[in-house]
Each structure stands twice: as structure tokens, then as C-alpha cells.
Design a protein around this ligand. Structure first.
Ligand code: ZN
Length: 379
């Protein structure tokens, strides 16, 4: 199986012609629809690269989705030349993107400005070196605008063969951020470790509330026509900064948690079982009294966490599966559980009792037995 991971790199704005990149994106949209449009005032070689990339990388292009509408901006696929430390090379010599591992520099040729011979250099991100050391290869890149900022995406590919799981199972129960994520390690059908994880919600809430308060204040200024004043501009800047910090916090948390869980799975050669109960969480979130945009934010980051987790599990060849592991149904007698204070779930029928986040682990134990049994009948 081919596993892929990507990184987004912001390009120096002063060295890029945003309008030019926008035009390249428009041509890319046409190329997606099998139109080859040759524009007279653009460099021939870059247009040739563009259409050639489409012929060569159709498979990899599954990464970027085909734009749904005409003239919607599409990221521009680019070929990549890799020059390794020993001087050996891979890829097209005329590729617009050069990864030079001799001096750890990325060179972009003719894609940032419509000027013959124009090129810029960027330092090689550690991420690239890490992926290459893991046996990955970067055959393909994309350039485009994200929030009107010029960016480069590098896509690493690796042939990953999933390992045969040992007796371990790592269960990851994805709630909405609200209630965090719970994981459990099961060895030969017994829960040997279990832990609910959650970000520092108070900090997130505080940042969020402050940004809402300031936004209201800014709205007032705007209605009075005072948003362009010094105070108004300062306020707007402050709001933007707060939001950035908030997103960065959630993103950072998701990334670190994924990293930790993937390491854990690799260490034990565990089979990973994921319960992604987004629908249930959504309902649960709606019942609680959190402002709706904060809810949306939590849900967005929950999804992001799952996406990130899958990408990395695939990259490292960790076998995984999605399974529903209910936290409101008794794992012993399968009756409905009653929630007691402190998120404790209890069964009135058989007396089963466990913290809500731990109930899915009991379901996973059952699953483990089932898996072993089917495995034995197979042999
Ligand atoms: Zn029961």
C-alpha cells in the first residue's frame, strides 16, 4: 500500500507574484478538465511542466480533489527533482522543484514569478529529512494560495506493509474534544492501561471567550463607522492574533497526541482499533450549553485528529480498523447503561459499573476475544 503524508510550507511573499500563482491555479483547473490551454505571455516550459505533470501524476492527484466548479482555484502539481548527498539524482532534470540534500535547500524554479530563470531558495524543513530517512520519497509537490498567501505543499510517498499484530490492541475512542480522547492498551484480552486525554479546556475556553468579547466590541465600533480608526485596527489585529493562538493550541495538541499514540502502537506492535463516534458526540455536544461556534471548532479538531491519526498509522504500517464501541450499552448484558454523576455508567440489570470513557475498552476486550477466535478457526 502506498502511504502519503504532506507538509505545507509558506513561501516568502515578497519573492512571489501572487497574481502569477493565481493564473497558474486557473490553468490547473482547466487541466483537470483535460483542457490544454497555452497562454502566450507565460513561460512555455512551466506550462509544459504543468500539463506533463498531469499526465504523469494522475494517480497522485487523488490527493488534491478535482475542483467541483469551473474557475475554482486548484493547486498546481509540480514535478520534483531530488539531489541526494552522494550526488545521485531522481526525477526530471527540468523539474520546477528541486530538493537538494547536499546543501539542504529547496529550489523553486519559475513557479513564483513569470520571469525567465527566476528561482528562489528555501531551507529544507526537518520534516522532509525525517520522511526521507524513513524510506519516503518526494516525487511531487504543489504550489498554490492559502488565504491568499503563496504556499508549497510537499507530498511524501512510501510503500508501507502493515505488520502482523502481536497480542496487543490499542483502542482509541474519539469523543468530541470536549470529553477528550480515551485510549486503552489491551494485552491478551485484558486492559492493562487506560487513560482519558483532553486538552487544557479552560485555556481554550478563555481564549475563545476573550476573542468573542473583543469581536462584539469590534462589531460595535464597526456599526459606528469607527472600525478604520487606530483603536479599531488595533482591536482587529488583537482578535486575529487570539484566534491564531487558539487554533495553534488545538492543532498542536492534536499533533502531539497522534504522535504519542502512533509511537505506542509501534512499540507494542499493536492492532489499533478506532471508535470515531462523531455522530454521537455531536448530539452530546448539542445537549450541552456551549456556544455553537466553539462546538464547531471542537468537532473540526476532532475530525482533524482522526485524519492525522490515519495518515500516520498508514505511513508507519500500523494495522488499524474502525469499530463501534458504545459507551452507553452494557458490554456484559447489552442493556442500556444509566449515567451517574461524575460520568460513571452503571447497568441496572447485571451491576456492571465503569467510568464512561472506559466502557468502550470493555467492548474492545470482547472484540479481542472474537478476533482471536476467528483467527484460530482460520488456522
Ligand atoms: Zn449489564
Amino acid at each position: 500500500m502506498i502511504a502519503r503524508r504532506a507538509i505545507l510550507i509558506e513561501l516568502p511573499k515578497d519573492k512571489c507574484d501572487v497574481e502569477y500563482i493565481r493564473r497558474l491555479m486557473a490553468l490547473t483547473n482547466l487541466a483537470y478538465r483535460n483542457y490544454e490551454v497555452w497562454v502566450s505571455d507565460m513561460l512555455k516550459n512551466i506550462q509544459y511542466q504543468l500539463y506533463d505533470s498531469f499526465k504523469n501524476y494522475m494517480e497522485s492527484l487523488a490527493l488534491g480533489t478535482v475542483p467541483k466548479r469551473w474557475f475554482v482555484r486548484a493547486w498546481v502539481p509540480l514535478k520534483v527533482l531530488r539531489v541526494y548527498g552522494d550526488g545521485s539524482m531522481k526525477g526530471n532534470r527540468n523539474a520546477p522543484v528541486v530538493l537538494d540534500f547536499r546543501s539542504n535547500i529547496i529550489r523553486l524554479r519559475q513557479v513564483c514569478k513569470n520571469e525567465p530563470g527566476y528561482s528562489i531558495e528555501l531551507p529544507m524543513p526537518k520534516w522532509v529529512i525525517g520522511r526521507v530517512n524513513e524510506g519516503g520519497d518526494i516525487k511531487f509537490a504543489m504550489i498554490g494560495l492559502k488565504d491568499d498567501k503563496p504556499c508549497l505543499t510537499l507530498v511524501a510517498e512510501r510503500k508501507a506493509i502493515p505488520y502482523k499484530p502481536s497480542g496487543y490492541m490499542l483502542v482509541i475512542d474519539v469523543n468530541a474534544w470536549e470529553n477528550g480522547i480515551a485510549w486503552g492498551l489491551i494485552k491478551n484480552g485484558v486492559i492493562i492501561k487506560w487513560k482519558p486525554e483532553r486538552p487544557n479546556l479552560r485555556e481554550v475556553d478563555n481564549l475563545y471567550n476573550l476573542s468573542v468579547r473583543l469581536s462584539k466590541k469590534y462589531g460595535k465600533l464597526k456599526r459606528l463607522g469607527l472600525d478604520k480608526t487606530k483603536e479599531g485596527k488595533r482591536l482587529r489585529k488583537k482578535i486575529r492574533k487570539l484566534r491564531k493562538r487558539l487554533y495553534a493550541k488545538l492543532r498542536d495538541y492534536a499533533q502531539k497526541l497522534v504522535h504519542r499514540l502512533v509511537r505506542k502502537a509501534l512499540r507494542h506492535k499493536a492492532l489499533v482499533i478506532i471508535d470515531d463516534m462523531l455522530e454521537e458526540s455531536r448530539r452530546e455536544l448539542l445537549e450541552e450549553k456551549i456556544p455553537s461556534s466553539l462546538k464547531k471548532l471542537y468537532l473540526a479538531y476532532t475530525r482533524r485528529f482522526v485524519r492525522l491519526l490515519i495518515t500516520q498509522l498508514e505511513w508507519y504500517g500500523v494495522p488499524y480498523d474502525f469499530k463501534r464501541l458504545p459507551s452507553t450499552v452494557c458490554p456484559i448484558c447489552e442493556r442500556s447503561l444509566t449515567q451517574l454523576p461524575g460520568r460513571i455508567m452503571a447497568c441496572e440489570n447485571c451491576g456492571f459499573k465503569a467510568p464512561r470513557d472506559k466502557v468502550p475498552m470493555y467492548w474492545a476486550m470482547k472484540l479481542w476475544v472474537l478476533l482471536v477466535l476467528t483467527d484460530e478457526t482460520k488456522q
